[in-house]
Design a protein around this ligand. Structure first.
Ligand SMILES: O=C(O)CCC(=O)C(=O)O
Ligand SMILES: [Fe+2]
Length: 342
């Protein structure tokens, strides 16, 4: 049985227009170098900072993560060239033409905020692990495993974004390890279930938005992400806003050399609301184009979320959710957001 889904997106203040723009010094930045070092004390210290940020804010940035800068630069260059193409060209790889939920999402192609009837004013490419068409899990009916629906233009898009995706998987494994420490779990709790993870990458473009925008039609409407956590790279142009657990919208400043990381629904389910899935949205009022690379990290498709993590429930604090699976929850939420009929 699936968990109730409406619990995740609805938050007090979700349509509030007041936003506080944060200074870079106000952002919790975790030094990820600690997780690559053999020093246990350093790792524990960084994990404690990560835990505090998750409880108080629902997001953090990571620095010293060792992600190759050239991979980001190449991905950014290729995505700019793709989104500059005529719309007819981009429509040739529309996501609704892919059996695996991969491809181009045009303007008004999704409705991320399920509580409104609007459509989102942004474009994206949905991609994931580029698996063959005879992948055994795909043959069993798991549509999230399978081939990407690559654009043919620009010709290096596939290399540039495929490499970004693969490198992010490596980073994601380290973030899983950091969460194991932050939640006091046995080593391998997440990483041993991260051998064929459901991970999606959204390659996003947000044209500038008018000041008198309608809250139902913004870059991406307020929502929570469905997986365990999400990494966000943004091109120096602000627009991403996070709703903190105490109900304040915060505009996140891009900080060169970092990724923002926010929590997703599965983390909320598993931690029984200790780590809440962070509601967020994008409104690009900068006057210039905003681009972002947003990668979602679940665990393997069939991993069961059938109870709270150790230490996250007890007398007076029962588990609030129903059992689900990683793939089951993501499938249900994607069906509500994207324009699949029937
Ligand atoms: O573009 C961003 O910064 C965030 C996009 C987002 O929230 C999403 O694609 O789920
Ligand atoms: Fe999101």
């Amino acid at each position: 049985m699936s968990a109730p889904t409406t619990a995740f997106q609805v938050r007090k203040g979700i349509h509030e227009r007041e936003v506080r723009a944060l200074e870079p010094s106000e952002v919790p930045v975790i030094d990820f170098g600690a997780f690559y070092s053999p020093g246990e004390a350093e790792q524990r210290k960084a994990a404690a900072e990560l835990r505090k940020a998750c409880i108080e804010k629902g997001y953090f940035y990571i620095a010293n993560h060792q992600f190759p800068e050239a991979v980001v630069d190449r991905a950014y260059a290729a995505m700019q060239r793709f989104f500059a193409l005529p719309v007819e060209q981009k429509m040739k790889c529309h996501y609704l033409d892919s059996p695996n939920h991969r491809g181009y999402v045009p303007v008004k192609g999704i409705n991320a905020d399920h509580s409104l009837k609007g459509e989102d004013e942004s474009e994206a490419i949905e991609m994931a692990h580029d698996l063959p068409a005879d992948d055994p899990d795909l043959l069993k009916g798991v549509r999230f495993y399978g081939p990407n629906n690559w654009p043919t233009e620009p010709p290096d898009f596939r290399w540039a974004l495929g490499t970004y995706f693969d490198c992010q998987l490596e980073l994601g494994r380290t973030i899983c390890r950091a969460f194991e420490l932050a939640l006091d779990l046995e080593a391998g709790f997440f990483t041993s279930r991260f051998t064929k993870p459901l991970s999606r990458l959204r390659v996003c473009y947000y044209p500038p938005q008018r000041e008198d925008f309608d809250i139902a039609n913004i870059g991406i409407g307020a929502h929570t992400d469905y997986e365990c956590f999400t990494t966000v790279w943004q091109n120096g142009v602000p627009g991403l806003q996070m709703l903190t657990p105490d109900g304040q919208w915060q505009l996140l400043p891009p900080i060169p050399g970092t990724f923002a990381v926010n929590l997703g629904d599965l983390m909320q389910l598993w931690t029984n609301d200790l780590f809440m899935s962070t509601a967020h949205r994008v409104i690009n009022l900068s006057g210039v184009d905003r681009y972002s690379l947003v990668q979602f990290f679940g665990l393997n498709h069939d991993v069961a979320v059938e109870g709270p993590l150790p230490g996250c429930a007890g007398p007076g604090n029962p588990w609030r959710y129903k059992p689900t699976t990683v793939g089951g929850h993501v499938e249900e939420m994607v069906a509500q957001t994207y324009h699949y009929s029937g």
